[in-house]
Design a protein around this ligand. Structure first.
Ligand SMILES: [Zn+2]
Length: 434
């Protein structure tokens, strides 16, 4: 790593004899590593958290170090480094010989907001003693605290909170907030910049459309070396202000704007026969289950064996499923292939994901090209089922092509969908609001 200029100049100091003088000390360290610590160094030279003064515009930063002196110390040296691996020879600065129990060190090479390590070495009659290593961040960046979000519609309200950095008076005014929907978009992709802020929190209205967007934010504090940003925080309101449909309606136009309540559970779920179930027990509402069994019997008579692989899913199960896809594929992709909890047709108890051995029992686009998938596409409406998310209609339905996902709406309605050429989504919306 790049050395602070001060460290380089110290290291080039003609007084290199000190290096030689330190050789016994390194030897001491080495033997201590072999034999284990003989004395508790922290008892001997306790370190206190240093305080740093970071006045905006000042050219130097002073850090005040203090420690409990070692009894009988002849001479003390203070070591300081920003090196991650500790006090690697050639990468740390030092000051000595220090007589007392404190040292104010002013220097220009300090790296604001970076972790610094320090220790005190004391020469005693019995040899060199090294304290524990202390750590501090000069003029530390603000620490972000947990934001709070309220979804008491019609808008989501967010309050961001932080602990201001330790400035000259314990707090820093003139802080600025950066907000972006792009993870590292604090440059050109900045969504919002707010300031100057002199408190420890800031509230704003996320509105209604953007309540489900993930935001990234940071607090910038002015320091000697320019703006010191906090770590980046992320927040998402995750409020669902979409319309709630009555529970149990077979023709409910469930989509990204319409949902079921979390406690909506269909009243008449029945378990499907094991012979047509794949991957554990499957449940549908009684009427949909009857229709599915008739449909699969007829397919079977045509030499096609079709299984139900995923059927009724509770709100909680859908919550788990959706979040699984978000973790695996990222939010954008998850939104295309999975529904948010409350928005899934599987919660109706009338939707079934179907597959066959010819598709490796997978729920994949390939199922649409199998004999079983083609038969369903042609015949399902006769039993009251419709493919909810057809090919090439993602801009209408909001979901990618799912040849395996069929929803029961009754024979008359299914016939209408086929006759009108509308997607199920369009048909149900028209019918619901007409
Ligand atoms: Zn499905």
């Amino acid at each position: 790593m790049e050395l602070p200029p001060q460290a380089r100049s110290l290291w080039r100091d003609p007084n290199r004899l000190r290096l030689i003088a330190l050789l016994p000390f390194f030897w001491f360290l080495f033997t201590m590593c072999l034999s284990g610590p003989t004395r508790s160094a922290s008892e001997e030279a306790g370190l206190h958290l240093p305080s740093s003064e970071c006045l905006p515009g000042a050219s130097r930063v002073t850090v005040n170090f203090s420690w409990t002196p070692v009894e009988g110390a002849i001479v003390q040296w203070l070591d300081l480094t920003v090196h991650d691996n500790g006090f690697v020879p050639g990468t740390f600065m030092y000051a000595g010989a220090l007589p007392g129990n404190s040292h104010g060190w002013a220097w220009e090479g300090i790296e604001v907001g970076k972790l610094h390590l320090w220790r005190v070495n004391a020469q005693t009659e019995g040899g060199w003693i090294t304290s524990e290593t202390g750590a501090f961040v000069p003029c530390g960046a603000p620490a972000l605290l947990e934001p709070s979000v309220s979804c008491e519609g019609p808008h989501a309200k967010v309050t961001l909170r932080w602990a201001p950095s330790s400035g000259p008076d314990g707090g820093v005014a003139d802080q600025w907030l950066d907000l972006s929907v792009v993870e590292d978009g604090f440059g050109s992709a900045l969504t919002r910049s707010e300031g100057p802020l002199d408190g420890e929190q800031w509230s704003f209205d996320l509105g209604h459309v953007l309540s489900n967007v993930e935001y990234h934010y940071r607090i910038n504090t002015p320091t000697v070396w320019g703006w010191t940003p906090s770590p980046v925080g992320a927040l998402q309101a995750d409020c669902d202000f979409t319309a709630v449909l009555p529970c149990g309606d077979v023709l409910a136009p469930l989509d990204k704007q319409h949902r079921l309540a979390a406690d909506c559970e269909p009243p008449d779920l029945v378990q499907l026969p094991a012979s047509i179930s794949y991957g554990g027990p499957q449940r549908l509402r009684a009427e949909a289950a009857d229709a599915l069994m008739r449909m699969l019997r007829e397919a079977s008579a045509a030499g096609l064996t079709i299984y139900a692989r995923s059927t009724y899913r509770s709100y909680q199960e859908q919550d788990f499923t959706f979040n699984y896809f978000v973790d695996q594929l990222g939010r954008a992709r998850a939104e295309r292939i999975s529904a948010r909890p409350g928005h899934s047709e599987h919660q109706l108890g009338t939707a079934a994901d179907l597959t066959a051995a010819s598709a490796g029992f997978q729920l994949s686009e390939a199922f649409g090209s199998t004999a079983e998938g083609r038969w369903l596409a042609d015949n399902a409406f006769r039993f009251g089922f419709v493919v909810s998310y057809p090919r090439g209609k993602e801009h209408v339905t909001g979901y990618a092509f799912e040849p395996w996902h069929l929803r029961y709406i009754g024979e008359a309605a299914a016939f209408d969908v086929v006759a009108t050429g509308l997607t199920l989504h369009e048909y149900l919306l028209l019918r619901w609001y007409q």
